[in-house]
Design a protein around this ligand. Structure first.
Ligand SMILES: Cc1cc2nc3c(=O)[nH]c(=O)nc-3n(C[C@H](O)[C@H](O)[C@H](O)COP(=O)(O)O)c2cc1C
Length: 192
């Protein structure tokens, strides 16, 4: 009953079940990382506040340069805003997500502004991974017009929109994407 989604033999709990049996360790971190897929189709099911709070907490606890946290997240739940954010070529499914998080970086922040995009990215990926442990899928979106998003969401000038990430319970089970072999991505002691 608890085991709703199965990815590569890894079982993932959906929100309510996760909360009910949270003392049971179901996935280890490697399972979570390896089973994650970009999810672009969502069940018509809300993400409970407790689940959302955990996702946001995973973002809040992320490392940041000098712990300055020049980051901000806008949780978009309103249909009309999601529709506006869905007007590109590769982001149409934002409107079908129960919520979409817009990650913003304060690039003008004192001392560590130059790291703010990295800080925001780390926090967003923490959220993606935390969500997946609770059966919530997501997909990074780079297909957005920054000026339009800033105007729509009243984001102050000095902030940069890093990415949009729709979250929702998966209504698809995508196959794993082909990844480059580690030998192509990694070298030891010098770039080669
Ligand atoms: C920075 C970034 C931007 C992305 N932008 C989009 C996008 O605009 N639309 C989309 O459908 N997927 C987008 N993706 C998802 C990638 O297509 C996906 O991560 C990639 O194909 C690998 O698949 P996987 O996430 O299932 O491993 C983006 C991913 C990243 C990291």
């Amino acid at each position: 009953m608890y085991l709703r989604n199965i990815y590569n033999g890894v079982m993932i709990l959906t929100g309510v079940e996760y909360l009910n049996i949270k003392s049971v360790k179901v996935l280890d971190v490697m399972d979570v990382i390896l089973s994650r897929r970009s999810i672009r189709q969502y069940e018509q099911k809300e993400i409970q506040t407790e689940v959302l709070n955990k996702i946001l907490e995973a973002g809040r606890q992320a490392p940041s340069a000098a712990n300055r946290q020049p980051i901000h997240f806008i949780v978009v739940t309103e249909d009309n805003i999601k529709k506006e954010l869905s007007k590109g070529l590769f982001n149409r499914f934002i409107k079908d997500s129960p919520l979409t998080i817009v990650g913003c970086a304060n690039t003008g922040a004192r001392l560590t502004g130059k790291w703010s995009i990295v800080d925001t990215t780390i926090a967003l990926q923490n959220m993606v991974i935390a969500a997946w442990t609770m059966g919530v899928g997501s997909c990074w979106i780079g297909d957005f017009k920054e000026e339009k998003v800033k105007e729509l969401l009243q984001i102050p000038n000095k902030w940069k929109v890093v990415a949009l990430i729709p979250f929702g319970y998966p209504a698809e089970q995508p196959k794993p994407k082909k990844k480059k072999p580690v030998t192509e991505l990694v070298s030891f002691n010098k770039f080669s």
